[in-house]
Design a protein around this ligand. Structure first.
Ligand code: PEP
Ligand code: MG
Length: 272
């Protein structure tokens, strides 16, 4: 049972609530809280501190996921009609590899100091994963040539689009793990803007389509030897904990305050 954090200030809560690791470190806060791009060194120090503070427990850091609701002026993005379906997350990183490479260098360097995994958001195709691998290979080669030490982090992807679910058998061949982002997966499956409060009454993460997608992702992940977690809000829904365990989920990542109640629930279930 891991914790989600959106800010390194949340680290204290992770420790206090005795999370087994960090299942989602939303790295975009590093970019959102400022007026200019964070440097490689600044990012490295933060990732390293998080990894060292967790003392060997897993820390899954998600690469930049801005766009849609998360805006950053200095990226100078063109306004979009439909930002939730626009240029966001990995799409920005793949079209602006200099930004992506800076973050990857910091992550690979920091992973020499702790148990870091890297997770890529908003994946829709195998080609994207291949492109990521090419960029990662360049980063490693450059670090090697420069004599800079780095680790070998595990690499995984978020499954948060219906496209990724439908090709999860193919994607599973490419990566070490999946983490299901139920917030976006619900939004894109039901075609409901997750930020439109007028639709809250029909934004239903328990919709059978969403639950079947989770099931399918777990099955396809396991067939290829990937572990599969959930890091969206639904992971903390205690009415579904038993269902997720029966589906075979390997990890749930939830807000720090949910860690202890859910752990208690799981222990009670296993002694039943
Ligand atoms: C998700 O989409 O479920 C998720 C965990 O990512 P975010 O909420 O940051 O988009
Ligand atoms: Mg998401």
């Amino acid at each position: 049972l891991y914790a989600n954090i959106g800010n390194s200030k949340d680290l204290a809560a992770v420790l206090q609530n005795d999370a087994g690791g960090i299942g989602l470190f939303r790295s975009e806060f590093l970019y959102l809280e400022r007026e200019t791009f964070p440097t490689e060194e600044e990012q490295f120090q933060i990732y390293r501190t998080v990894a060292e503070t967790m003392a060997g427990k897993p820390v899954i850091i998600r690469t930049l996921d801005i766009g849609a609701d998360k805006k950053c002026d200095y990226f100078e993005m063109e306004p979009e009609e439909n930002p939730a379906m626009g240029c966001r997350a990995i799409r920005i990183c793949l079209t602006r590899p200099e930004i992506f490479k800076t973050q990857l260098r910091a992550l690979f360097r920091a992973s020499a100091f702790g148990n870091i995994s890297i997770m890529y958001p908003m994946i829709i195709s195998v080609e994207e994963v291949h492109r990521i691998k090419e960029i990662v290979a360049e980063v490693k080669q450059e670090l090697t040539e420069q004599g800079v030490a780095f680790g070998e982090p595990k690499q995984g992807i978020m499954i948060e689009t219906p496209a990724a679910v439908m090709i999860s058998d193919l994607l599973a061949e490419e990566v070490d793990f999946f983490s299901i982002g139920t917030n976006d997966l619900t939004q894109y499956t039901l075609a409901i803007d997750r930020q439109n409060s007028k639709l809250d009454n029909i934004y239903d993460s328990h919709h059978p389509a969403v639950l079947r997608m989770i099931q399918k992702t777990i099955e396809n992940g396991h067939k290829a030897g990937c572990w599969v977690g959930i890091c969206g809000e639904l992971g903390a829904d205690m009415t579904l904990t038993e269902t997720f365990l029966k589906m075979g989920i390997d990890e749930l990542s939830v807000s720090p305050t949910f860690v202890l109640p859910i752990r208690k629930l799981i222990r009670e279930m296993s002694t039943k």
